[in-house]
Ligand binder design. Structure first.
Ligand code: ADP
Length: 493
């Protein structure tokens, strides 16, 4: 049976003004399972207006301790429903239940962390050169936030935005990805409605990127846009934001290197590389999709990797035993196939995988085998463009300088892994690599407490950690004259 959802504006469940709807497909069995309102500009206008009213009249003036109390209610309600929310996400995007349930449980900590920050957002007293003037700053919420979220980790990536926004005193309109709208609406129904969060503070408009998403990005009354998605769409959103001088944070794609030196513990490196490219079927912005391997350990490492990749259990993402599920939707599968074909044409060698599996129980879902290409140059298209699938591109190097050069020879700069026991080299590389996150002897580790974001085409702004608060606040400088004087009216100061 197809489940019918409504969207959430000003504390009410509503259909799209146009009455239009769209559906979502379960990528494991190809079945349509849910239907959503296809919101557009009219609905976005209503939602932004609700968020504006809630911002001006309620949330921006709610005391920080009260905001924190409500955020802790949100944390508690997430804890209660984490398993169900995870199941919904898995049903929508095919990602493993074992990853999604860990993600939804971990979201609890995000709301607690930022609840703790809510009453520690403050300005400073500044000792200036003006003898009779007292100067201080106020750190104020930016206002209404428009969040545009992708399909690969819908609720976690929403929480990276919502938790700091609520702590700062902002209100929000979110446009979830059209492939995965259900969990955000279930989050409202099960979590937010069980709390004292005032109506209008959080609004959801479901719909397509080029209509609802674009209307949100172009809205003149949105004060900040928080976007996670592809670099291509990020560019469109940035153009829209420029029209209204809207603040913007972009968390975009990557082509992150995992760099394995000759002294690395290869078994650990194999685990880290698998974590980087086969977890989540490679559909993560921080995927370690380029393997830079020292030529002296290349054969051994690729042998170990190919053996492990061949043992990955593919199957039903709702089973805790499964290690790799389908990709999220058909266009995504087609894109992966295109790049694999391209890799072969460009002269790369397929070490393992490179095709859709033929096993009976996998043919109705959007499955693709864990794939490793070797004998690449960093100039090949598959080494330069984000594939967003379980496809690893192995590139050999012979010196540390060459490794750094290849690692940085990419338009992107999201993450990098360094595998070595040489502590001096580890720190040298951590500094030399142009990326927002560097992991040494591990990969794909994130925390609510540590800033995450990109260099170069991977975006700007930081999510997580106290850095995130900066993105949702703005600073006001206040001058108080302490003497009974104004000074020369014709000079500055
Ligand atoms: P991907 O599927 O690669 O993550 P997108 O970056 O296109 O792709 O999707 C991320 C989010 O951006 C989704 O919520 C999507 O609906 C939205 N989106 C897509 N196109 C636009 C657009 N033109 N303007 C605003 N948002 C968009």
């Amino acid at each position: 049976m197809v489940q019918k959802y409504r969207m959430y504006i000003a504390g009410e469940w509503v259909d799209a003004d146009s009455g239009e709807t769209f559906t979502s497909t379960n990528p494991y069995n190809g079945e349509v399972w849910a239907e959503f309102p296809a919101g557009d500009k009219t609905d976005i206008d209503r939602a932004v207006s609700a968020a504006r009213t809630a911002f001006e009249n309620v949330w921006s003036t709610t005391l920080p301790g009260e905001r924190a109390r409500i955020m802790r209610q949100i944390a508690a309600a997430i804890g209660k429903h984490a398993e169900y929310l995870a199941q919904i996400e898995t049903q929508d995007n095919g990602k493993l239940i074992r990853e999604m349930s860990a993600q939804t449980k971990y979201m609890v900590d995000y709301y607690h962390y930022f609840a703790g920050a809510a009453d520690k957002i403050h300005g400073e007293v500044i000792p200036t050169d003006k003898a009779t003037m007292f100067n201080y700053t106020l750190r104020e919420p930016v206002g209404v936030v428009g969040a545009i979220v992708p399909w690969n980790s819908p609720l976690l990536l929403l929480s990276w935005k919502l938790a700091p926004a609520l702590a700062a005193g902002c209100t929000m309109v979110v446009k979830p990805a059209e492939q995965t709208s259900a969990s955000t609406l279930e989050f409202v129904r099960l979590v937010l409605e069980a709390t004292d969060l005032p109506p209008g503070v959080f609004n959801v408009v479901t719909g397509f990127g080029p209509s609802a998403g674009a209307a949100l990005a172009q809205h003149p009354d949105v004060n900040k846009l928080a976007f996670t998605g592809s670099s291509q769409t990020g560019k469109i959103v940035a153009h829209a934001a420029a029209e209204n001088h809207t603040r913007l944070s972009l968390e975009l794609g990557g082509k992150s290197p995992n760099i394995v030196f000759e002294d690395a513990n290869l078994d650990n490196a194999v685990n880290g590389i698998m974590k980087g490219i086969f977890a989540a079927t490679g559909q993560t912005c921080m995927a370690g999709s380029r393997l830079l391997v020292h030529e002296s350990v290349k054969e051994e490492l690729l042998d170990k990797l190919a053996r492990r990749a061949g043992q990955i259990k593919m199957g039903d993402p709702q089973s805790m035993e499964t290690e790799m599920g389908p990709v999220a939707f058909k266009e995504q599968l087609d894109k992966i196939k295109y790049y694999c074909q391209k890799g072969v044409e460009e002269g790369a060698t397929v070490v393992t995988g490179g095709k859709a599996p033929t096993r009976d129980d996998l043919t109705s879902g959007y499955f693709f085998e864990p794939t490793i290409f070797s004998d690449l140059t960093n100039q090949m298209q598959i080494a330069r463009e984000e594939i967003f699938g379980p496809v690893l591109c192995a590139i050999p190097f012979s010196t540390e300088e060459e490794a750094i050069r290849i690692a940085n020879d990419t338009p992107y700069g999201l993450g990098a892994g360094i595998w070595t026991y040489n502590i001096q080299r580890a720190h040298r590389l951590a500094k030399a690599i142009k990326a927002g996150t560097v992991w040494v002897n591990n990969y794909r580790v994130v925390s609510y407490a540590s800033p995450f974001g990109g260099f170069k085409a991977s975006g700007y702004g930081r999510e997580n950690g106290l850095e995130a608060i900066r993105d949702y606040t703005q600073v006001k400088s206040v001058w108080i004259e302490l003497a009974d004087r104004v000074g020369d009216p014709f000079t500055l100061g």
